[in-house]
Design a protein around this ligand. Structure first.
Ligand code: ZN
Length: 135
């Protein structure tokens, strides 16, 4: 595993269009492990592929020990709305209030390549919306 460089605001990759991952290969699984390690080293709760310079629709999340790998994620349902402060590993030391749904249902593919759906609320829902925005 390796800690990767996190791209920061101003890096064009952060604004580029991402590409769906057609298949979860061993190379992708290794990338996922590196992304978890990078996120933890930076004390983040989520990290999206463009933040480490990759174009895939892929994000990793760890909110209070609830770990998720979201590949090709889609928000299929959302409810409620709440404003709270958010930070981003690509915009160091800047925090801003962002309005988000308080409950979302996300459909994605996991690290084994299996499709799944997850319902998330509160901080986990906020984190998933933030990371999916990166994609
Ligand atoms: Zn972010």
């Amino acid at each position: 595993m390796a800690v990767l460089d996190i791209r920061v605001l101003g890096d064009p990759i952060l604004r580029e269009r991402t590409e769906p991952l057609p298949v979860v290969t061993g190379v992708v699984q290794a990338l996922i492990s590196d992304m978890f390690e990078t996120m933890r080293a930076a004390k983040g709760i989520g990290l999206a592929a463009p933040q480490i310079g990759r174009p895939e629709r892929l994000t990793v999340i760890d909110v209070d020990g609830a770990e998720f790998v979201l590949i090709n994620p889609e928000i299929v349902d959302r409810q409620g709305s709440d404003k709270a402060e958010e930070g981003c590993l690509s915009i160091p030391d800047v925090y801003a209030d962002v309005e988000r749904a308080t409950r979302v249902v996300v459909r994605a593919i996991d690290r084994e390549g299996k499709p799944f759906e997850v319902e998330a609320t509160d901080l986990l829902a906020r984190c998933m919306q933030h990371e999916i925005d990166h994609l």
